[in-house]
Design a protein around this ligand. Structure first.
Ligand SMILES: C[S@@+](CC[C@H](N)C(=O)[O-])C[C@H]1O[C@@H](n2cnc3c(N)ncnc32)[C@H](O)[C@@H]1O
Length: 232
């Protein structure tokens, strides 16, 4: 089956490293939420080209990165000394119980139609007291993207077609809209406790480098960040 991330891996990796929504917005916000990772065992779900993974390694974590795109995992291997595995989140995580202190999932959960199974797996691989931090498309603003395609009501879950330009080609990337209540329901259902919700602001440097994006993202968030914990 065709996968836009694998089909355009080199172009996506180059884009992800410097694109303002990644480099000046999502990545710094997710790393802030991850906080001090020095000495922690960290699992990076949907690590993609591995830029966030490499930064976690640079900050002193021992990281395992997983992604279903073999081409992006290959790219990630070139960026850091983390361990990488090609893995689809539809399958159980290839880790033993209570293996890590922190699970990170940057902009990947919105590719899943249902978070129950993966969050149950996150709970299983976290040590008691461990944290899970994730960024997803903000459920209010993704509906605006949905003006590209027929879409449903906010309170429904439905797929949205996002059209990107990669390497001069139009590429359709499908993701899921889920209302906030479904996200919090899946979190509670997995036994995780929601401890923080962040609607990030762009880095101030975006005001000079990408002023239009800065104004837009300072008015309404494109992404939502969630921190949850395995308490017991
Ligand atoms: C927007 S990219 C984010 C990459 C990286 N986390 C970051 O923020 O830079 C989404 C990634 O999720 C991966 N992905 C999507 N669905 C997946 C699944 N079911 N299992 C594993 N990875 C998946 C894609 O291959 C892609 O690398």
């Amino acid at each position: 089956m065709s996968d836009p991330y694998s089909d355009h891996a080199a172009a996506y990796a180059a884009h992800n490293a410097v694109a303002p929504y990644n480099a000046l917005y999502e990545r710094p916000a997710l790393l802030d939420l991850a906080n001090d990772v020095a000495g922690l065992d960290v699992l990076d779900l949907g690590c993609g080209p591995g830029v966030t993974t490499a930064e976690l390694v640079r900050r002193g974590a021992r990281v395992t990165g997983l992604d279903r795109s073999a081409a992006l995992v290959e790219h990630a291997r070139g960026l850091s000394g983390a361990e990488f595995l090609v893995h689809d989140l539809a399958d159980p995580l290839p880790l033993t119980d209570a293996a890590v202190d922190l699970v990170v999932a940057g902009l990947v959960l919105h590719y899943l139609d249902d978070w129950s199974a993966v969050l149950a797996e996150v709970y299983r691989v976290l040590r008691p007291g461990g944290r899970f931090v994730a960024s997803v498309h903000h459920p209010l603003t993704d509906v605006r993207i949905a003006s590209l395609e027929p879409h449903g009501a906010y309170l429904e879950s439905y797929r949205i077609a996002d059209v990107w330009e990669m390497a001069g080609e139009e590429v359709v990337v499908w993701f899921w809209h889920h209302p906030l209540g479904s996200m919090t329901g899946w979190i509670a259902g997995a036994g995780l406790t929601l401890t923080d919700v962040v609607e990030p602001r762009p880095l101030p440097s975006m005001a000079d480098s990408h002023p239009e994006s800065f104004v837009r993202l300072s008015a309404e968030p494109a992404f939502l960040l969630l921190e949850t914990r395995r308490l017991g």
